[in-house]
Design a protein around this ligand. Structure first.
Ligand code: GLP
Length: 246
C-alpha cells in the first residue's frame, strides 16, 4: 500500500511503474476512467522526454489489452473507451494500430467477441501488469456486484449505480450510458502476474476500505484482489481516509 499526498503524486508513481513495465516489454492491462487521466498524462510526459530512438523501441513493442468497452458504441464514438484511449495515449504517442487492444463494442455477437478477446489475452501470454481503477460500487473493469472470483470475459448489464457514476461523460444523463458492456472477468484480472490498483478521492474512501479491509465477498468485486499475491495499491490521502492502519 502506498499513500501519496495527492492525485499528481499518485499519477507520477503509477506512470513510473508503467514505464518500467514497458521497458521490460510487459503485456499491459489498461483501464479507463477519470482516475487514469492524470496517470496517462504523466506517462505521456515521461515517454515524450525520452530520446527518440529509445521511445521508438519502447513503442514498437507495446502490447496492451484494455479491460472493457461499452456495447453499442463504435470505436470512433467520442464516449467509447476506444476513443478515450486514442485521446489519452494512442494518438499522442502515434502507437501503431493493433498494439493497443480493446474489445469491439460493435461486434455483431458481443458474447463471441468476449470469448475472442479472452483468447487473445491468453495467446499474448497473459497480462504482466494489470492497471485497475475502482468503481464506486466496488466493481473492477465492469465486473458488477455480485460477482465471484472466477468470472470470465463476458458481456453483461451495467447497474444503475455504474450508469450514474459514468453519466458525467454522457452530458450527465445516466440514461445515455449504454446498458451493457464487455469486460475482462475477475478470473483474467486475478491471473495477471501483477496488479496495480489506483484509487483517488474522498468519494472512494469507504468502498476502498470495504475492498481491502473486509473479508472478500461477491458484493464488492474488488475485494477478490486481496487474494492476489502481487497486488500493489496506490492511493491518495483522500481515498485512504477510511483505512485502518495498525
Ligand atoms: C469505470 C470503468 C472502470 C474504472 C471505474 C472507475 O466504469 N469500467 O474500469 O476503473 O469505472 O472510474 P473513475 O476512475 O472514473 O472513477
Amino acid at each position: 500500500m502506498r499513500v501519496e499526498a495527492d492525485t499528481d503524486a499518485v499519477a507520477a508513481h503509477v506512470a513510473e511503474r508503467l514505464h518500467q513495465a514497458l521497458e521490460q516489454a510487459a503485456v499491459l492491462g489498461l483501464a479507463t476512467g477519470r482516475t487514469m487521466e492524470p496517470v496517462y498524462a504523466a506517462l505521456l510526459q515521461r515517454l515524450k522526454a525520452l530520446p527518440p530512438q529509445q521511445l521508438a523501441l519502447l513503442l514498437g513493442r507495446w502490447r496492451s489489452f484494455n479491460l472493457d468497452e461499452y456495447v453499442g458504441l463504435a470505436k470512433d464514438h467520442p464516449q467509447s473507451f476506444a476513443s478515450f484511449m486514442q485521446r489519452q495515449l494512442a494518438g499522442p504517442l502515434q502507437l501503431p494500430g493493433g498494439c493497443l487492444q480493446i474489445p469491439d463494442g460493435c461486434a455483431a455477437d458481443p458474447e463471441a467477441e468476449a470469448r475472442r478477446y479472452s483468447a487473445a489475452v491468453i495467446a499474448a501470454g497473459g497480462i504482466d501488469l494489470q492497471l485497475l481503477g475502482l468503481g464506486s460500487n466496488g466493481h473492477v473493469g465492469f465486473n458488477e456486484p455480485p460477482c465471484s472470483a472466477s468470472e470470465s470475459c463476458r458481456c453483461l448489464g451495467l447497474s444503475p449505480a455504474t450508469r450514474e457514476q459514468n453519466a458525467a461523460a454522457f452530458e450527465g444523463d445516466p440514461a445515455a450510458v449504454p446498458e451493457r458492456a464487455i469486460t475482462l472477468g475477475t478470473s483474467e484480472i486475478l491471473a495477471a502476474r501483477r496488479v496495480l490498483l489506483v484509487v483517488t478521492g474522498t468519494a472512494k474512501a469507504q468502498i476502498l476500505r470495504r475492498a481491502l479491509q473486509e473479508p472478500p465477498c461477491p458484493e464488492v468485486p474488488a475485494s477478490w484482489l486481496q487474494r492476489h499475491p502481487q497486488l500493489e495499491v496506490v492511493v491518495d490521502q483522500a481515498a485512504a481516509a477510511a483505512l485502518k492502519f495498525s
